[in-house]
Design a protein around this ligand. Structure first.
Ligand code: ZN
Length: 371
């Protein structure tokens, strides 16, 4: 049995002690606010306790060249877990990762099937590539392959135009959204630029990944509809490198990516102020390493959310959004123990003193991968 002797945070509030309970017990994988009866060996853990963190945009089973083998996917999931990510919303994977969900020692996983992209309009080997007449059927297929989400690539470089450009018409996207909803799935889109963003919002998408071009009209619409946005700021931080590589052949594209990069924090602050639902996602698995959620939360805090709201974007509100409980009585003991109050400074997320998954302590004292 574990006894968490410190303060248990039940929400991001900092104004009062309402959100703070004292102590928590863990027996048979479940949390309890009162000490369970019977004789048990007790391990005490001291510190600030928060529910397991959520990476809202992560790719398990995906590497720089596309699908990776099972051992590599397992290592990715374990790296996320040891860094405190105990619930992953996969944002597209060419690998069938249903087996991860059978494993008690790996993070919980919500899958999206494979990315659906326009032919030769995404990273090679990542997506199911189709043309507009096949989009609806492919969305239906991926909705059945995943368990809750479908991911469409909304814009990418158009090499003929030499610029970032939408991959689909607004009508294509509306049909795709209707198809996903008919299958009981939610649908989200990878979108960098302003044009595709306006289109996916008009088409009724439930979420937008990156959404780097968000302006006042977009955020007003998203706030009104409850559209979820995962800004992936660590990923957007790589745009200057992408621009530099594209500069020679595609100068307009390079300039476009630099403009988006320059106002990435402003866009996130605008969305936050408008009341848009923002969630923390690393985009780990394609080109970025796993285990970097603390960096993304720090980026969101610095972009204008501040520490408490940035933590919430990777914790309580993200768990609710994906239908997973926090640390309610009887809930699965998926939690982190931290040496300091993370609502004051999210830097502490990078060095948890303990990570507990399904009641089992899986990582100890501040393991952190260099990247
Ligand atoms: Zn991604």
């Amino acid at each position: 049995m574990l006894h968490l002797t410190g303060r248990v945070l039940n929400g991001p509030g900092t104004g009062s002690d309402e959100d703070v309970a004292q102590g928590l017990w863990v027996l048979d994988g479940r949390v309890s606010t009162t000490r369970p009866g019977g004789d048990h060996d007790v391990t005490a853990l001291e510190g600030w306790v928060v529910p397991g963190l959520v990476d809202a945009h992560c790719h398990i089973g995906l590497g720089a060249g596309g699908e990776v083998d099972r051992a590599t996917a397992e290592e990715q999931a374990r790296t996320d877990r040891d860094a405190g990510t105990l619930l992953v919303r996969d944002a597209g994977s060419p690998a069938d990762t249903r087996w991860v969900q059978e494993r008690e020692d790996l993070p919980r996983l919500v899958r999206a099937g494979r990315h659906v992209a326009r032919t030769r309009r995404y990273l090679r080997g990542f997506a199911e590539e189709v043309e507009p007449p096949q989009l609806v059927d492919e969305v239906r297929r991926q909705a059945r392959r995943g368990d809750g989400w479908v991911k469409v690539v909304g814009d990418w470089i158009d090499r003929e135009a030499g610029d970032l450009a939408p991959c689909w018409s607004r009508e294509d996207l509306a049909a795709a959204a209707a198809a996903a909803h008919a299958e009981g799935a939610r649908i989200t889109a990878h979108v960098f630029g302003a044009e595709a963003l306006a289109d996916v919002l008009a088409a009724g998408f439930d979420g937008v990944e990156h959404a780097t071009a968000m302006g006042p009209d977009d955020v007003a619409l998203m706030a009104e509809r409850g559209t979820a946005v995962v800004p992936t700021l660590v990923n957007i931080g790589t745009f200057p490198d992408i621009a530099a590589r594209g500069e020679g052949k595609f100068p307009r594209y390079a300039a476009h990516m630099r403009r988006l990069h320059a106002r990435r924090r402003e866009a996130v602050a605008l969305a936050h102020e408008a009341g848009v639902r923002l969630f923390a996602g690393t985009d780990a698995g394609g080109t970025l390493p796993h285990g970097i959620l603390a960096d993304e939360v720090a980026e969101m805090a610095a972009a204008g959310l501040g520490p408490a709201a940035a933590l919430d974007a990777a914790c309580w509100s993200a768990r609710r959004w994906l239908g997973h409980p926090a640390l309610e009585e009887g809930a699965s003991a998926d939690l982190l123990v931290l040496p300091e109050d993370p609502r004051r400074d999210v830097a502490v997320l990078a060095a948890p003193s303990a990570v507990v998954l399904r009641g089992r302590q899986v990582a100890r004292a501040g393991r952190r991968l260099a990247h």
